[in-house]
Design a binder for this molecule. Structure first.
Ligand code: ADP
Ligand code: MG
Length: 253
């Protein structure tokens, strides 16, 4: 098991944004965490990645208790994530956005950078090569010299994913990867996510859009911070409580 969430709880004042959530993710899986707006999905990601401290509960990654650790420590341990508000370097090229993420890793020492040593230059060449590989994986290699700000919305979201991949994560958390996309962009992005998984990546994705279920091996549904269903996408789609919570009873399967 790669990720184990155990009794995870987060209170904001009187509001229980996440309540006693149990959730497991196995290596190589794509698990969907779905639920209506305000259900607590982003809060779960913030708790797992150390951006928020839980009120109660435990997060174990690859056998290691990471509860309450700092975001950069958790990133170094191998959890990459995207953000709903997708922060990019708008005036950098697509390629440079990914290269910049590599430099957020602690590995390249400042001194080596300063003296522009052979080791550093080799490292730079390596980073460029790796960045190009990531762009190819997510289908952005053809626009690598465009400025990030000039990309269509869907491509910008996938650039956010490319940047998360630059830390070489073993687990990738995607927060609403399809939000605001048109149907072409959704196809493009779903293909990129599928391909990333085929390369062996384990993925948890939070989505409002039910279409994402087609990508998932398993789905966990939360509503008002509580898990209300879990299972195969086909099962969860037919679950009465999910239909009621998610679609206010209007959904016809
Ligand atoms: N930092 C915060 N302070 C107070 N309330 C918050 C904070 N973050 C989220 N919430 C509340 O917690 C609930 C869950 O939010 P969130 O996890 O963002 O939901 P989702 O991502 O499923 O739409 C919402 O009611 C939201 O208003
Ligand atoms: Mg959210």
């Amino acid at each position: 098991m790669l990720l184990e969430i155990d009794g995870l709880t987060k209170h904001f004042g009187g509001l229980a944004a996440v309540s006693r959530l149990d959730m497991q993710v196995n290596k190589g899986e794509i698990v969907g965490l779905i639920g209506p707006n305000g259900a607590g999905k982003t809060t779960v990601f913030n708790l797992v990645t150390g951006f928020l401290q839980p009120t109660r509960g435990k997060v174990v990654f690859d056998g290691k208790n990471i509860t309450g650790k700092k975001p950069h420590v958790i990133a170094e341990l191998g959890i990459g994530r995207t953000f709903q508000l997708n922060p990019l370097f708008a005036d950098f090229t697509v390629l440079k956005n990914v290269v910049a993420s590599f430099h957020l890793r602690p590995k390249s020492s400042l001194l080596a950078t300063y003296f522009n040593t052979a080791t550093y230059r080799r490292n730079e060449a390596y980073i460029l090569e790796q960045s190009r590989e990531i762009l190819q994986l997510v289908g952005l290699d053809t626009v690598s010299d465009e400025l990030a700000k000039n990309l269509p919305h869907g491509y910008q979201k996938m650039l956010g994913m490319a940047r998360a991949l630059a830390i070489k994560p073993r687990l990738l958390l995607l927060d609403e990867p399809l939000a605001g996309m048109n149907p072409d962009e959704i196809d493009f992005s779903m293909a990129a996510i599928k391909k990333t998984r085929q390369q062996g990546m384990t993925i948890v994705l939070v989505e409002h859009n039910m279409q994402i279920m087609d990508l998932c091996d398993r789905v966990v549904v939360i509503n008002f911070g509580h898990k209300i269903a879990e299972g195969l996408p086909g099962e969860v789609r037919r679950n009465e409580e999910v239909i009621r919570a998610y679609f206010g009873g209007e959904y016809v399967a």
